[in-house]
Design a protein around this ligand. Structure first.
Ligand SMILES: [Zn+2]
Length: 113
């Protein structure tokens, strides 16, 4: 299976809305002309969680670690890891890192709110 870059999202060619999941149709306008496009990775943190109990031994070694939901400039909401100190309301930028052969996102603060 070809794995896409985590910033490759679905964009509605009819109204311009972006979607982090892979909907059949655009929830904004109902259009079905959705194409792949790469988001810029800038956004605002809207939720934050610290993971103390990791899902497997690999992640347990890194716990506790931070996860965030980020509303990207494009409008879609993505989940990713967060650098220490990142909090709700922070303006962030995604950077890539590799874990277990997969490309993942870590959001770093651009400036405090
Ligand atoms: Zn649309």
């Amino acid at each position: 299976m070809n794995e896409r870059h985590p910033l490759d999202l679905r964009r509605c060619e009819d109204c311009g809305a972006w979607w982090a999941l892979r909907p059949y149709a655009c929830a904004a306008c109902g259009g079905t002309n959705l194409q792949w496009a790469r988001a810029g990775g800038e956004g605002e943190v809207i939720a934050h969680s610290t993971v103390h109990r990791a899902p497997d031994a690999d992640w347990r070694a890194r716990a506790p670690y931070e996860l965030v939901l980020v509303r990207l400039r494009e409008g879609a909401v993505l989940m990713g890891h967060a650098a220490p100190g990142v909090a709700i309301g922070h303006d962030v930028q995604a950077r890539e890192f590799t874990h277990g052969g997969r490309t993942l996102l870590c959001f770093e603060a651009r400036r405090p709110p």
